[in-house]
Design a protein. Structure first.
Length: 149
């Protein structure tokens, strides 16, 4: 005779599945029984008070603040032009003469700025203090007019 294909684990999984389905049906029936149909419109309304907070009570007409359209700002305010220092100081962090490029660490912002040999006015090497100007290149800021300080 052949052995039954129903193992203990299969039976337990089936029982668990059936129990879950039964619980789901019971919860659905309970929700249907306790459902409140067609609530009052006043219960669904929300109001904004004089401080801009959402409340369930209507606002008293005397407490309203008058706001002119000119005072409403959408987005962010324009940023004033900040004068940028044209000539900067820094220190050569790395420079490779054979490849013709390197990096200068800006004293003010502490960021590394790329420098190409075409942007150098005097011969420089690592750890030299230099002055330079920044130009926006294709891949980011580039140091130009680099000379020793």
């Amino acid at each position: 005779m052949g052995r039954s294909t129903e193992t203990f684990n299969k039976k337990e999984r089936e029982k668990k599945k059936l129990r879950k389905q039964q619980d789901k049906r019971e919860k659905a029936e309970e929700r249907k029984a306790n459902a409140v149909k067609g609530g009052d419109l006043d219960d669904m309304m929300a109001y904004v008070d004089e401080n801009g907070d959402i409340t369930s009570t209507p606002q008293v007409p005397g407490k309203r603040k008058q706001v002119s359209l000119e005072n409403i700002q959408i987005g962010i305010a324009r940023q004033e032009d900040i004068p940028v220092e044209v000539v900067r100081n820094g220190k050569v962090a790395f420079f490779n003469d054979s490849k013709g490029y390197g990096f200068i660490k800006d004293q003010l912002t502490q960021e590394s700025i790329f420098v190409h040999i075409n942007g150098i006015l005097e011969q420089i090497k690592e750890n030299d203090k230099v002055t330079f100007e920044i130009e926006q290149g294709a891949k980011g800021p580039n140091a130009v007019k680099v000379k020793k300080a």
